[in-house]
Design a binder for this molecule. Structure first.
Ligand SMILES: Cc1cc2nc3c(=O)[nH]c(=O)nc-3n(C[C@H](O)[C@H](O)[C@H](O)COP(=O)(O)OP(=O)(O)OC[C@H]3O[C@@H](n4cnc5c(N)ncnc54)[C@H](O)[C@@H]3O)c2cc1C
Length: 333
């Protein structure tokens, strides 16, 4: 009888790993602090995912009807600076739908999902995986997201940059647009709840977009916010096997965080299978996973950490106008 695997955190990493393990006959228990379906702070723009990763995890069907996104328009403040076409199209699907589809497949496969179950880290406990997402810190970022309708949009993705952050707008299902930004926390902003989005945009110099959002239709309950996290490699906790955002957070402009969530599940899969089938001690499996994650993600995390601060410079707008965007984006995907 294989060992049972316990997964803490039912986002993309935890759910996709649970599905892949279950398909190989491994018993899985998954604890998720929230419930499904739910909106999540995310640009909902998936770039760099390969069909083979989705096949290995057994989740290709969840993205089979995703939108295909190729065109991007860049704005600096209110000014359009550049249009460009991606060398490889990205996929678009709301997290509301994607996470719900994944949890439904996992349930059908027999994964025991406990929702509204917030679990503490269990250092050193064999067979336990930590995929609980961003590590709460006193970090400088706030992420804001909502689904809106009734705005004009000139491309598959509009990227609006400014002095303290950026925001992407991309179509999702049923005529709704996902509006999602990463901005530096500004304590002088007193707006509450969904008014935070236009307030932060005004401070960022995206005045026209702020006004257009104020006049748009907002999907009820779709506004979500997360604050206080850091980008890049997350500080490792001894004895914890961290995957997905719990391991590392690539800056969102790359549109690669969801891909990395799936890839971290894919990277861990063979080692966890070996452990569950009694072929590898837990400690050795964890060491191999950490090494493979490092090799797989090192280049793009380093490249993204160099490029990210450039987006906030006063010179960002001329840079975006002349930069070879596809080769640059290929470094971070
Ligand atoms: C502003 C912003 C925009 C982004 N835009 C994009 C984009 O356009 N494209 C892209 O690819 N990526 C984007 N990302 C990144 C992407 O959202 C993440 O990389 C991805 O969600 C990581 O998946 P995950 O499963 O590792 O973590 P999560 O999706 O965060 O899932 C973690 C889960 O763990 C649960 N949890 C937390 N603590 C506990 C606990 N103690 N016990 C049990 N459960 C717990 C949470 O409720 C959550 O469901 C963006 C991120 C931000 C912040």
């Amino acid at each position: 009888m294989p060992e049972t695997i316990t997964i803490i955190g039912g986002g993309l990493t935890g759910l996709s790993l649970a599905i892949a393990l279950s398909k190989q006959g491994i018993p899985v228990i998954l604890h998720e602090a929230g419930s499904y379906p739910r909106h999540r702070v995310c640009g909902e723009f998936i770039s760099g995912i390969s069909p083979s990763t989705l096949e290995t995890l057994g989740i290709s069907e969840t993205l089979s009807d995703a939108q295909s996104h190729s065109s991007i328009t860049w704005f600096s403040g209110d000014k359009e600076t550049r249009k460009h076409v991606l060398s490889e199209p990205a996929l678009g699907l709301s997290r509301h739908l994607l996470d719900d589809r994944l949890q439904s497949i996992a349930c059908d496969l027999g994964v025991k999902i406990h929702t509204k179950s917030r679990i503490k880290p269990q250092p050193g406990k064999p067979g336990t995986i930590w995929s609980a997402g961003r590590k709460p810190t006193t970090g400088k970022w706030i992420g804001l997201k909502a689904h809106v309708r009734g705005i004009t949009n000139s491309s598959d993705l509009e990227m609006h940059t400014g002095k303290s952050g950026y925001l992407g707008i991309t179509p999702v299902e049923n005529g709704w647009f996902n509006v999602c930004g990463l901005l530096k926390i500004d304590r002088s902003i007193t707006a509450r709840h969904q008014d935070l989005l236009p307030a932060y945009l005004r401070k960022n110099g995206n005045l026209r977009l702020a006004e257009s959002l104020e006049n748009a239709e907002w999907k009820p309950d779709s506004f979500t916010a997360v604050a206080g996290f850091e980008l890049g490699l997350q500080t490792p906790d001894p004895g914890i096997l961290a995957l997905g955002d719990s391991h590392s957070i690539i800056p969102p402009f790359t549109g690669n965080g969801m891909t990395m969530a799936f890839q971290s599940a894919e990277t861990a899969l063979p080692h966890i299978l070996s452990y569950a089938n009694g072929e590898l001690p837990w400690y050795t499996a964890c060491e191999r996973i950490k090494k493979d994650l490092h090799i797989r993600f090192r280049k793009r995390l380093t490249s993204a950490s160099i490029i990210h601060p450039l987006l906030f410079l006063p010179a960002a707008s001329p840079l975006v106008r002349i930069a070879p965007l596809n080769p640059i984006l290929n470094l971070v995907r």
